[in-house]
Structures are given as structure tokens and as C-alpha cells.
Design a protein around this ligand. Structure first.
Ligand code: HPA
Length: 267
């Protein structure tokens, strides 16, 4: 495993002519940030040795290097979801490669269903914490020496970055919520009973990604900042049929606000 990670990192390093300190993983319908990058260069996932192979034809995904807010960053356009059939090792492989590339901070975004009754569709939620409800733990198996066997998770989402994001949102007049994200395997959206259960467990939003990547980033000693875009509501009385298109549309509408926060944070 470690050998594969190092082989992949060496391949990417040989193609890199900037040194990014931050990586941004862009969630469904949240890829617009990439349009703001300057001096870009791209590596297709399919060129990268050991990188998981995409299950969706024509959408292999790519690493985009460039400058944003005066900083060098690397963006992952396209992530690997557990529901697609990838193993947890595959889902989180890119994060371990980032660690080998010397990346210190991980920004993540996702689309999520709101379980907090005060939330509205289109809200941005700064992720303050998460609940891991995936059926397999990404650190299961032999421990990789990047971190301890039993990693601490008391501050999975960096408090200083959260405070900074709130300041930025205020300055730009952007309303933000804060809350706990619960990660589930999908690919079904939730039944009303499941949404209710997650809310009672203390979750404010539910989605099908992010948690495995954030766990591995913490194990690697990286700082994490995350934003969920609330694309539908799993709140009693407000539950309507959810489909991917509606989720995409709501994510798209929230993108400019999310991009502003991410850009200023990186700066
Ligand atoms: N549930 C799970 N994942 C999601 C949802 C949801 O309601 N909305 C967007 N991703």
C-alpha cells in the first residue's frame, strides 16, 4: 500500500511545477471553483498509476493545479464514492497521495440533505464535526505509519479554519449555518424514518461522501475544512421526493457563495 502511494506521488511530483499547500475536493455540482484558477495544468486520473479507475465512462476525473487567491492549489475534480463500488482504500487513496505530496490542508465540499429543521434548501453549512455511518472504516487493516493506530478525532475539522470561514462569510454578507455531517453509504437517499433517526443522533445534514476522506486526512496530520450545500430537506413535513437533478440544481445555485468562501479562505 505504502509503495503504491509513493509510486503515485512520485509520478505526480515529476509532472508538478508548482508546490500546492492546499487541496480542494469538489463535490457534486460544485466544480465551478476550478474556473477561477489561473496558470492551470491538468493531470487526468486515468494517466496516474494506481489511481482508482472511474466507473462512469467519460468522467475519469482530473487533478487541476493552479493559482487561486495568490496561492498554489491542487483541485480534485471528481471524487470516488463508496456507493460506486470502490473499497475504502480506493476512496481515500488520493488523500494519502496528497500527504506524500506535502499537502498540509484539505478543503472538502459536498451536497447534503438537511436534517436540521431550521435549515433551508440552498443553505451553506460549515461542517463542525461528523458521524461516520459507513459500513467499513477507512483505517481498518494494517496501520500506515502516517499516524497512530488509534487516531484522535476530537477536532476533525480545524477550529481556526471554521472561525476564519465565519468571519469571511460575515464580511461578504453570506449566511452560513454550522453543523454535524453524517456520512452514509448511499446510493439511496433516506426514508423519512432514517432522516428522523439521523436528526435524533445529532446530525444536521446527511450525505454519501467526505467522512472517509476526512478521517484519512486527520490520520495523515492534515488540517481539514468542509462545507455542505443543503440541496434537499429530510425534515418532517418538508420531505418531498429527491432526485439527482434537483440536488445538482440546488448545488449550482449555492456555488458562487461557496466559491467566495473557499477562495478567501485559501487566500
Ligand atoms: N441524503 C444523502 N445524500 C445526499 C442527500 C440526502 O438527502 N442530498 C444530497 N446528497
Amino acid at each position: 500500500m505504502l509503495e503504491q502511494i509513493q509510486e503515485t506521488a512520485s509520478f505526480i511530483k515529476a509532472k508538478m511545477h508548482t508546490v500546492p499547500e492546499t487541496t480542494v475536493i469538489l463535490g457534486s455540482g460544485l466544480g465551478k471553483l476550478v474556473d477561477e484558477l489561473t496558470d492551470t495544468y491538468v493531470i487526468d486520473y486515468k494517466e496516474i498509476p494506481n489511481f482508482p479507475v472511474s466507473t462512469v465512462e467519460g468522467h475519469s476525473g482530473r487533478l487541476i493545479f493552479g493559482r487561486l487567491g495568490g496561492k498554489n492549489i491542487m483541485a480534485m475534480q471528481g471524487r470516488f464514492h463508496y456507493y460506486e463500488g470502490y473499497t475504502m482504500k480506493e476512496v481515500t487513496f488520493p488523500v494519502r497521495v496528497m500527504r506524500e505530496l506535502g499537502i498540509k490542508t484539505l478543503f472538502v465540499s459536498n451536497a447534503a440533505g438537511g436534517t436540521n429543521p431550521t435549515f433551508e434548501i440552498g443553505d451553506l453549512m460549515i461542517i463542525t464535526d461528523h458521524i461516520n455511518f459507513f459500513p467499513e472504516h477507512p483505517l481498518r487493516g494494517k496501520n500506515i505509519s502516517y499516524g497512530p493506530r488509534f487516531p484522535d478525532m476530537s477536532e476533525a475539522y480545524d477550529r481556526t479554519l471554521i472561525a476564519r470561514a465565519k468571519e469571511i462569510a460575515k464580511t461578504h454578507g453570506i449566511t452560513v449555518r454550522e453543523g454535524v455531517y453524517i456520512g452514509t453509504q448511499g446510493p439511496t437517499y433516506e426514508t423519512p424514518a432514517e432522516y428522523r433517526m439521523f436528526a435524533r443522533w445529532g446530525a444536521d445534514a446527511v450525505g454519501m461522501s467526505t467522512v472517509p476522506e476526512v478521517i484519512v486526512a486527520n490520520h495523515c496530520g492534515m488540517k481539514v475544512f468542509g462545507i455542505s450545500v443543503i440541496t434537499d430537506l429530510g425534515v418532517e413535513g418538508k420531505i418531498v421526493e429527491v432526485n439527482h437533478e434537483d440536488v445538482q440544481r440546488a448545488a449550482d445555485a449555492a456555488q458562487p457563495r461557496m466559491t467566495t468562501i473557499m477562495r478567501e479562505m485559501i487566500q
